[in-house]
Design a protein around this ligand. Structure first.
Ligand SMILES: [Zn+2]
Ligand SMILES: [Zn+2]
Length: 246
């Protein structure tokens, strides 16, 4: 199964990174609708699209307004945006309010069920994550391969979600902060690198790819990957437009 990282930055887009958006092109699944959504049409291989939102902060939803331009009309007609019911209502009532976006959303909104069937015998499940206003983590399983996506939460090896992502082949996890300076991860509801590596080790995942990284720096050198790899060896920083296989 292929995964294309369309947006690996946190909070605002830069010349190097768009904000959160991840595409499984073979099955038409998108995780989060940040500004990376502008790239979805370049990679999509299906005639329908299912978008799963973690929450409704702007860096995860702004790309919903791009869909009209970036996917063909026949795909748009079969596009469904899934998420927490209250957050979907907020997106519909505010992001798509006429003074902000003059065209009604040309896709369906559907509150998340406990689990969701995906093409090719896949199953998606989800779990709550602590974050201001709340976020949702996702786990996607197919026979023989699996993926988890955890963003906008404070990583901890003792967090409840660790059991939910146990043993996945690929973990996409946010790491907005390089370290815990000034207690910023806990204060802002985000994660720091070493704690994310500890989560990956505790959950015995196969591979860790860091996303939703701090966009304010133009290189990744301030992330001490050597230290992270001493905790969890198979760690890398995600970059926009790379394709991963899991
Ligand atoms: Zn975010
Ligand atoms: Zn957020």
């Amino acid at each position: 199964m292929k995964l294309v990282l369309l947006g690996t930055g946190g909070y605002f887009p830069t010349t190097r990174r768009h904000t959160a958006c991840f595409l499984l092109p073979e099955v038409g699944v998108v995780l989060d609708a940040g500004s990376g959504m502008c790239r979805v049409g370049e990679h999509l291989q299906t005639t329908r699209l299912d978008v799963f939102l973690t929450h409704a902060h702007l860096d995860h939803i702004a790309g919903l307004t791009y869909l009209i331009n970036v996917v063909p009309k026949h795909v748009l007609k079969q596009t469904t945006v899934h998420g927490d019911a209250a957050k979907l209502a907020a997106v519909r009532d505010h992001l798509f309010a006429e003074p902000i976006f003059p065209v009604p959303p040309p896709f369906r909104f559907e509150p998340l069920a406990a689990s969701c069937q995906l093409p090719d015998r896949g199953t998606l499940t989800h779990f709550p994550l602590p974050h201001p206003g709340g976020s949702i983590g996702y786990r996607l399983d197919w026979p023989g391969h699996s993926l988890a996506y955890v963003t906008d939460t404070t990583a901890s090896a003792s967090a409840d979600y660790v059991e939910r992502i146990r043993g996945v082949d690929l973990l996409l996890h946010e790491a907005y902060f390089a370290n815990d300076a000034n207690n910023l991860p806990a204060v802002t509801g985000h994660s720091s690198l070493l704690h994310v590596a500890q989560v990956a080790a505790a959950a015995a995942v196969g591979r860790l790819v860091l996303v939703h990284v701090d966009p304010r720096f133009d290189d990744d050198g301030r992330y001490d990957l050597d230290a992270a790899r001493r905790v969890f060896a198979n760690t890398q920083i995600g970059t926009d437009c790379i394709e991963l296989t899991f």
